[in-house]
Ligand binder design. Structure first.
Ligand SMILES: NC(=O)c1ccc[n+]([C@@H]2O[C@H](COP(=O)([O-])OP(=O)(O)OC[C@H]3O[C@@H](n4cnc5c(N)ncnc54)[C@H](OP(=O)(O)O)[C@@H]3O)[C@@H](O)[C@H]2O)c1
Length: 258
């Protein structure tokens, strides 16, 4: 059976490299793009190299994004790379809203839509960041994030609390970075998902990965790592075997501290 992968944010940066490498490994890759014309150009160019790339016009903040993704993989999916994200300047409630819409609610939308479509041994890879390192968080917040009873609704409530504290101009123990908080949420949710799916007969693996500081539009030109190096860190988690780790946070294939 043809191997199928979904990569969000496949038109540039790490997502593009991951999508291309997965296609080279024999996957039919459904890659989300927001610029349809650019996606079609990618499809045609990859086709000349024998690579199967299907562009799918999806904004992960759109209500119908999940339904569109699910419909794009009618025979199921082996690998989902939850990669699309934004890193915005500034720190106010508007930045919090725009960041969480993509990096938290968007990522959840993508994964929850595609989890039912994951085949036996399927892997969900949530692209996180070293900035999500929980060691630097205030102990009370860290304890709440690491509470084993914390589920997606609980994380939603934490995000609402974070937003409320920013709107109120309160300090209240949260980092002053919407991006960092969104990735902390992704990590906590990765742990929750792995626990919740532990008994699933499909033997699904769910992990978070850090690509390192990579020279992309987001990482900027000063970043020490190439797109190929960052993508390799992500691709490692797409190959975790059905009895491999789940619920972990990895960089370059090695466990990283939360
Ligand atoms: N670069 C780094 O140093 C670094 C470090 C740690 C973690 N990461 C993580 O690695 C991942 C990829 O980062 P990158 O450096 O490749 O970023 P990037 O070059 O800025 O690319 C971001 C991708 O996300 C897409 N995207 C943004 N908003 C979207 C939305 N609402 N709906 C659908 N797609 C959307 C973009 O599409 P458009 O072109 O349409 O905007 C683009 O394809 C992210 O999760 C990031 O947090 C990066």
């Amino acid at each position: 059976m043809e191997k199928v992968a979904v990569v969000t944010g496949a038109n540039r940066g790490l997502g593009r490299e991951v999508a291309k490498k997965l296609a080279a490994r024999g996957y039919r890759v459904v890659g989300t793009v927001r610029d349809v014309a650019a996606g079609e150009l990618m499809r045609d160019r990859y086709a000349t190299e024998g690579l199967a790339f299907t562009p799918l016009a999806v904004d992960v903040t759109a209500e119908d994004a999940g339904a569109r993704l699910f419909a794009a993989v009618p025979d199921g999916v082996d690998v989902v790379v939850n990669n699309a994200a934004v890193l915005l300047d500034g720190f106010d409630v508007e930045v919090v809203d725009r960041t969480l819409a993509v990096n938290w609610y968007g990522a959840v939308r993508v994964a929850e839509a595609l989890l039912p479509a994951l085949r036996d041994g399927g892997r969900l890879v949530n692209v996180s960041s070293g900035m999500a390192d929980e060691a630097g968080l205030e102990p009370a917040l860290r304890a709440r994030l690491q509470d084993e009873a914390l589920d997606r609704r609980g994380i939603d409530a934490l995000m609402a609390e974070f937003r409320g504290s920013v709107a109120a101009g309160a300090r209240s123990g949260w980092p002053r970075s919407a991006y960092r908080v969104s990735k902390v949420a992704i990590d906590a949710w990765t742990r929750h998902l792995a626990r919740a799916l532990a008994g699933d007969p499909r033997r699904l693996r769910v992990n978070a990965v850090c690509p390192g500081w990579v020279s992309t539009d987001m990482g900027g030109p000063a970043a020490p790592r190439s797109v190929e190096q960052g993508a390799a860190s992500i691709l490692w988690a797409t190959e975790v075997p059905p009895d491999g780790p789940s619920g972990g946070f990895f960089r370059d294939g090695r466990p990283a501290a939360w």
